[in-house]
Design a protein around this ligand. Structure first.
Ligand code: TYD
Ligand code: MG
Length: 454
């Protein structure tokens, strides 16, 4: 084993120290020192962390690079394939984050079950015992013969065993439990995460093995550990959804081999995850009659339009600083929208608590939700329901103008397909041809839209 020396380096300025301290001696940043390894490359060729820097790389022209024609594994979970951009790329590293209990392990076990029918695969568990995995597999009705299982958290041993087994696809559940012997810090710690992931990534790239890593998320909903984890991998997916609803959304936030913001829809059932291939209306709650504060919008993240319900509740506030709470939307955006509503719509909410919720655990990050959000707020404030047959989308600018959004036509067609009869949309999104069954109201300014709700 090569001699490896541990040092502490500052995340902010890169200065190195032999010992940890709370403050960096160079740049004075607090809490920025993390354990790293310092070693000369030739001293450690045997160690997987450092091997692979062989000096035989050559400069070549781009055309000469050979590409494996069949370079994707189709997982047969159609929604996962779609989010990955058409299957799992050979030698790629995919990180899947999500709340505990959302179904990451279930998703990956089902993926392996399907992939292992054609290629050898390995499931490395650091969290659950082989018995637990086996129990889950039984519940899912998976034939476990093809799936190899390893309960191990020591990354050097994982790589050694992987080299022996030589699987094409490996699942690591989860990276937070994996540790390397070259660092003394505890598993899950930033330095451990970075080093062990680096080793696994290098192994994947060298051998052409596809790697699926499970990552935990923090309370704020981002992947635990440093951003570097997201830089090191090829694809970052988030598995989200409301724990109380059976629907789950798989979302790509980074993808070197496909489009980002593509969504995959799943339903968690008794017998595992099922893909939902026609999801456009699953996020609507079915009210018998129209209720105030509820509105339907059409979002389009990725390549499919989705009908989603936005609900607002506006209620007189006893607080000096009334609350602005959003679930599934950005909170700062709401504050901004309320200011626009006051200035350009003449409706004030300074003494009201405003709660906005996107139904079904869906998260909308595009500005097309601006106008529906405001109209639902007005509807709740005035306790005046909007017609059930209405869809609304559009971005609201700070000057009170309604700005166009992309793929307006697709959204309108989707709404028409589901029987909606009225639409309030930005004037610039007005389709040239009439859309069957849809009465379109084009608005240029927020005040026009507000007048419509009168
Ligand atoms: P799991 O995959 O263990 O979540 P994670 O790895 O993200 O923590 O999923 C656990 C949840 O899924 C658990 O609350 C039970 C539920 N579940 C089902 O509803 N049906 C099933 O068939 C399985 C296996 C799990
Ligand atoms: Mg799990």
């Amino acid at each position: 084993m090569a001699k490896v020396k541990n040092i502490y380096s500052c995340n902010a300025c890169g200065a190195q120290f032999p010992q940890w301290s709370g403050q960096c001696g160079e740049c004075k940043a607090w809490n920025s020192l993390i354990e790293t390894v310092s070693v000369s490359p030739q001293a450690s060729e045997k160690h997987p962390r450092f091997s692979g820097y062989a000096g035989d790389a050559q400069v070549q022209s781009l055309d000469e690079v050979e590409i494996d024609a069949e370079h994707r594994f189709i997982t047969k979970l159609s929604e996962l394939d779609r989010v990955l951009g058409g299957g799992l790329v050979k030698g790629s590293v995919v990180l899947i984050g999500g709340d505990p209990g959302i179904g990451k392990s279930t998703l990956l076990l089902q993926t392996l079950a399907s992939v292992s029918e054609s290629v050898p695969s390995l499931y490395v568990t650091g969290e659950e015992s082989p018995q637990q995995i086996s129990l889950r597999a039984k519940r899912l009705g998976i034939n476990g013969q093809q799936i190899r299982l390893l309960a191990e958290t020591h990354v050097e041993r994982i790589i050694k065993l992987a080299q022996k087994e030589n699987p094409n696809v490996i699942v690591i559940d989860s990276v937070q439990t994996i540790y390397t012997e070259i660092l003394q810090s505890a598993p899950g710690n930033v330095a451990q995460l970075r080093e062990s992931t680096a080793m696994l990534v290098r192994y994947a790239k060298q051998t052409g093995t596809s790697l699926l890593l499970v990552g935990h998320v923090t309370k704020e909903g981002t992947l635990a550990g440093p951003r570097v984890l997201e830089h090191m991998v090829d694809t970052v997916l988030y598995f989200e959804g409301d724990n109380n609803s059976q629907y789950r959304v798989l979302r790509a936030t980074k993808n070197r081999f496909g489009a980002v913001n593509e969504l995959g829809m799943f339903a968690m059932m008794e017998d595992g995850l099922h893909t939902v291939s026609n999801p456009s209306a699953i996020f609507l709650s079915r009210h018998d009659s129209s209720v105030s504060g509820s509105i339907i919008t059409v979002t389009k993240e990725g390549s499919r339009p989705l009908l989603v319900e936005v609900q607002s509740l506006v209620d007189e506030s006893p607080l000096p600083n009334p609350r602005r709470v959003t679930v599934g939307l950005e909170q700062n955006r709401l504050t901004m929208l309320l200011a626009v509503l006051h200035r350009h719509g003449g409706i004030s909410t300074y003494n009201q608590d405003v709660f906005v919720n996107v139904v079904g655990g869906m998260r909308i990050s595009e500005p097309a939700a601006d106008l529906p959000t405001l109209l639902s707020i007005i509807s709740s404030l005035k306790d005046r329901p909007l017609p059930k047959s209405l869809v609304v989308f559009g971005e609201v600018g700070l000057a009170g103008e309604i700005r166009p959004i992309q793929s307006g036509q697709d959204r309108l067609r989707e709404a028409a397909k589901h029987g909606f009869q009225n639409a309030i949309i930005p004037a610039a999104n007005m389709p040239k041809e009439k859309i069957e069954g849809l009465n379109i109201i084009a608005v240029k300014r927020l005040s026009d839209a507000v007048n419509y709700t009168e």
